[in-house]
Design a protein around this ligand. Structure first.
Ligand code: PLP
Length: 402
């Protein structure tokens, strides 16, 4: 392995890496549990967890052991052959989601792409070839490949890449009644995030959820739940949709499921799966042994106690965040989220809060300009939650003095 000196890390990045990210001024070298350690040996409490990915924290012993062992045995064989782990993972995900089949891929956006394609394939197989449209929502984020970008709301992401796939309508999340006129016999699928993550940690309302369920029932449109961020236990249940009364036909999973190893999965109902044939979709890496092994370890840990602990941790987190908002009523205007997914809506751009928290050794990130988002690993403790909120308290207090 070549090693470059730390100043060179940033120079090389700025000269040769495509500049699609604005990075914080820190170089991380390793992780331990809920902490990341930078090149100077300073530890940071990680409430970003690789944007909702490091569900087991960093360097988790069981995950490290399993993927090291797997790497020393077999990583990738392609989908031209059987291996032992895909079926096992699919069966466990099927039991957890109530959806019969899994399609494995490598990221959230790929899981969404798969769901969009399978929804069209369903109607095509049934002879309704004109039923190709999608309904998505204001503030939605579903990824950045061409299909998922087409159902992503923000013009800033969309405009430079037009034309996107045609036939997408966006319904306002705050106007459930309007859904009736947008979902009709030409709608292949409605796609929704139970809590809009990148859009600012915005839970959809029970009224919207019930309008979605009834529009799908009325027209037969399929329902795709994008649970890339909310799923895999993040909100305290394996999926967030059922608590909203939603029974999706397709579910996109990613992020936390691989605990750091890239894993995306589309879960598919029996009826939709029955319309899909060999060759309809595929990916070289999807469901490889390393990815499946990581996801299986994640599920073992999740079902072995982590999931059951999330509601308690969540109550603690949201209790503390509400106290924080009460202490800083001018700076924090709303606290939103569920489980271990929280957003503080700020009265102004949240970027200075993110930077000041980093300086104090806490990682949180900004979404939708004004929202401070917290996505701690599932192994977080109440003490670490207290520590994170105490740091935010200092940051907001300092902001108020400026
Ligand atoms: N869908 C949702 C709800 C997401 O939050 C994201 C990523 O933030 C994606 C899809 C895209 O996932 P990925 O970045 O793994 O492609």
């Amino acid at each position: 392995m070549t090693t470059v000196s730390v100043p060179d890390v940033r120079t090389l990045e700025s000269q040769h890496v495509l500049q699609t990210y604005r990075r914080q001024p820190v170089v991380f070298e390793r992780g331990e549990g809920t902490r990341l350690i930078d090149d100077r040996g300073r530890a940071y409490l990680d409430f970003v967890s690789g944007v909702g990915v490091a569900s087991l924290g960093h360097a988790h012993p069981a995950l490290t052991r399993a993927i090291s062992e797997q790497a020393a045995t077999l990583i990738q064989t392609s989908n031209l052959y059987f291996h032992r782990l895909q079926g096992e993972l699919a069966a466990r995900l099927s039991a957890l989601t109530g959806l019969e089949r899994a399609f494995f891929c490598n990221s959230g956006t790929e899981a969404v792409e798969a769901c969009l394609k399978f929804a069209r394939r369903y109607w095509f197989t049934r002879g309704e070839t004109a039923r190709t449209r999608y309904v998505a929502f204001s503030h939605a984020f579903h990824g950045r490949t061409m299909g998922s970008l087409s159902v992503t709301w923000d013009e800033h992401y969309r405009a430079p890449f037009a034309p996107l796939i045609p036939g997408v309508a966006f319904a306002a999340t705050d106007d459930p009644a309007a859904l009736d006129s947008l979902v009709d016999g030409s709608t292949a699928a409605v796609i929704v995030e139970p809590i809009q993550g990148e859009g600012g940690v915005r839970p959809i309302t029970p009224a919207l959820a019930s309008a979605i369920a009834s529009a799908c029932r009325r027209t037969g449109a399929l329902l795709i739940a994008d649970e890339v961020q909310t799923g895999s236990g993040r909100t305290g249940a394996f999926l967030a949709s059922p608590a909203l009364g939603l029974s999706p036909d397709l579910v996109a999973l990613g992020k936390a499921l691989g605990a750091g190893v890239p894993v995306g999965t589309a879960m598919i109902s029996r009826d939709v799966a029955a319309t899909i044939s060999a060759g309809d979709h595929g990916t070289t890496y999807g469901g490889n042994l390393l990815a499946c092994r990581a996801a299986l370890v994640f599920l073992d840990e999740l079902e072995g106690g982590l999931l059951a602990a999330i509601p308690g941790l969540s109550a603690h987190l949201f209790g503390r965040l509400r106290d924080l908002a009460a202490r800083h009523p001018r700076a924090i205007v709303d606290v939103r989220g569920a489980g271990l997914m929280a957003g503080l809506e700020c009265a102004a751009d949240a970027a200075p809060i993110i930077g000041a928290a980093l300086e104090r050794g806490l990682l949180v990130n900004r979404t939708a300009t004004t929202v401070v988002r917290l996505l701690p690993p599932y192994i977080v403790t109440e003490r670490e939650i207290d520590e994170a909120v105490a740091t935010l308290d200092q940051v907001f207090s300092e902001g108020a003095r400026r």
